[in-house]
Design a protein around this ligand. Structure first.
Ligand SMILES: CC(C)(COP(=O)(O)OP(=O)(O)OC[C@H]1O[C@@H](n2cnc3c(N)ncnc32)[C@H](O)[C@@H]1OP(=O)(O)O)[C@@H](O)C(=O)NCCC(=O)NCCS
Length: 215
């Protein structure tokens, strides 16, 4: 008999599982360890705002009491960024400095790649926060993809945003596969650029897509 997938709201007890999946899927579905050494830093950077400051906008997929995927959302990206920049970024940087992770060759290479990308591509991407105020991250554990779990998490989130009267949602992704997934769910491509952060590992630039959906 197929195992039953339960889609439900995030609870505090799911925090460690969400942080682990965030780390395990950070490089377009592959583990962050391929480009960065420091699991705590990556999990903090990718999930701390969502789990600790806006848990009510997060959803998880559970099979047999085990979390196999999550969607971490923010109803208003403007407010999320203000909290990240004002309350999370500096303590996170100090914690990371203290842990010594910036002495790692892997991390120095990644930071160097980011600086080259900044020089080549600049920081500017179009801003869609007015028309599409909400945003989210979505990741399904390897081994559980292609079973409609991602689609079910998105539908739960979109229903929630509609109840909250949020008029639109947008997200960024560097994954070609995820791009096809979002198109299949009725999202529109709003922007396509490229980034070279991972050139030292992948030996190519990656696309940067922004997708949006009006609600
Ligand atoms: C991208 C991801 C979230 C999709 O979730 P999923 O549970 O694997 O996808 P689903 O099974 O719900 O697919 C839903 C629909 O999208 C389509 N789809 C999924 N992956 C696709 C792909 N690679 N190419 C084309 N269509 C795809 C499915 O065919 C399905 O359409 P259908 O209903 O017409 O059959 C998941 O694979 C994942 O976490 N990948 C790694 C991390 C990542 O890239 N996250 C996104 C960053 S924001």
């Amino acid at each position: 008999m197929p195992e039953e997938v339960k889609i439900r709201k995030f609870e505090v007890k799911d925090r460690a599982a969400v942080r682990q999946i965030a780390y395990d899927t950070a490089l377009m579905g592959k583990p962050a360890g391929l480009f960065f050494q420091g699991q705590e830093t990556i999990s903090d950077a990718f999930s701390l705002y969502f789990t600790d400051y806006e848990p009510g906008s997060c959803f998880v997929a559970e099979i047999n009491d085990s979390i196999v995927g999550y969607l971490s959302g923010a109803k208003k990206k403007v407010a999320a960024e203000a909290i990240f920049n004002g309350r999370i970024a500096l303590p996170l940087l100090l914690k990371a400095l203290k842990s010594g992770i910036f002495l790692s060759i892997k991390n120095i290479r990644f930071i160097f790649s980011c600086l080259i990308d900044l020089f080549k591509n600049g920081v500017h991407t179009p801003d869609f926060k007015q028309t599409y105020p909400a945003t989210f991250h979505l990741n399904i554990k390897d081994g559980f993809r292609g079973q409609k779990i991602g689609a079910r998490l998105i539908h739960a989130y979109l229903d929630y945003l509609k109840i909250e009267k949020i008029p639109g949602v947008h997200l960024a992704t560097m994954s070609e596969q995820a791009a096809n997934f979002f198109l299949s769910l009725g999202f529109q491509q709003l922007y396509k650029g490229k980034r070279s952060y991972f050139r030292h590992i992948l030996h190519r630039d990656v696309p940067l897509y922004i997708f949006g959906k009006r609600l």
